[in-house]
Design a protein around this ligand. Structure first.
Ligand SMILES: C[S@@+](CC[C@H](N)C(=O)[O-])C[C@H]1O[C@@H](n2cnc3c(N)ncnc32)[C@H](O)[C@@H]1O
Length: 266
């Protein structure tokens, strides 16, 4: 054991490092393994690339809202901290929904899950069922089944010329697209897009909807009933495999720049 300690001290360019016990030494070795691991290093590079993109979800939402020639109504599902996005949104009427899973002090309009909110809306218990929104931003629980239900419900309360906007549609690696939010020892580090992409991809196949995804801020997906922002995808990915998605990423998502999107909105 003493020999092993000396070996590691040499690797540290003569810096004196003390290992209290075998577990301590093992942790050090694990750290070395992670810092050299190709997936781990690439994950860190990819996070930096994504974070350096300069257009944010609120820039896109505000641009969409600015195209309406009437007072606008905005709904955000999943808010966490008002100042990150909700307070930056320029709409005449705004509603926020969040059960407080990630921030229990969150002062939202409706402190419930999206399912409870939409049920309440449908049964006239929250607002009333004639309420229609111009933009609904879906950014709650990032699991495909929930996101699919959120899109389905959002479509019921969206004006015909309204837009659904979804955060986290373009996970850059399969680690970002994990089903497990809690696991942190991953090349994606703290960044988690979950399986939102699967729900968005499912709706990208719907022949009655137009859709696209802006290549910034982890992929901002947009769905419209009436504005041709992009035709449905023809990509086949019956089992929603990440590798199939990733190798057909541009067409699966109809990935485009914010400038191209703005041209399509004109
Ligand atoms: C990624 S954060 C939202 C970030 C925010 N939209 C922004 O742009 O800064 C996700 C939020 O969804 C909330 N959430 C979790 N489960 C939910 C559910 N079933 N319905 C609605 N919101 C949910 C969490 O409490 C958390 O605050």
């Amino acid at each position: 054991m003493i020999k092993q300690f000396k070996k590691i001290q040499t690797k540290l360019k003569n810096e004196l490092v003390c290992f209290k016990d075998k577990d301590h030494l093992e942790l050090y070795r694990l750290g070395l393994t992670y810092s050299k691991d190709e997936f781990y290093r690439r994950g860190a590079e990819i996070n930096t690339l994504e974070l350096n993109k300069s257009i944010y979800r609120y820039d896109i939402i505000n641009h969409i809202l600015s195209t309406f020639k009437r007072p606008t109504v905005y709904l955000e599902i999943g808010v966490r901290y008002l100042e990150d996005n909700f307070n930056k949104i320029e709409a005449n009427t705004k509603y926020s929904v969040d059960p407080g899973v990630e921030n229990s002090d969150n002062p939202v309009d409706f402190k419930v899950t999206s399912d409870v909110f939409f049920n309440g809306l449908e049964s006239n218990k929250l607002l009333d069922n004639n309420t229609k929104f111009d933009v609904i931003f879906i950014d709650g629980l990032h699991l495909a089944e929930q996101v699919e239900r959120d899109i389905e419900n959002a479509l019921k309360f969206l004006n015909d010329d309204g837009f659904i906007v979804l955060h986290d549609c373009n996970p850059p690696t399969e680690f970002h697209a994990s089903e497990t939010y809690e696991y942190r020892l991953s090349p994606s580090k703290d960044f988690w897009n979950g399986t939102t992409w699967k729900a968005f991809f499912k709706y990208r196949q719907n022949p009655n909807l137009f859709s696209c995804c802006i290549d910034t801020d982890w992929g901002v997906g947009i769905i419209s009933r009436s504005k041709n922002i992009g035709e449905p995808t023809k990509i086949k990915n019956a089992y929603f495999e990440y590798k199939v998605f990733s190798s057909n990423r541009k067409e699966s998502l109809n990935l485009m720049s914010f400038n191209d999107f703005k041209l399509r909105l004109k």
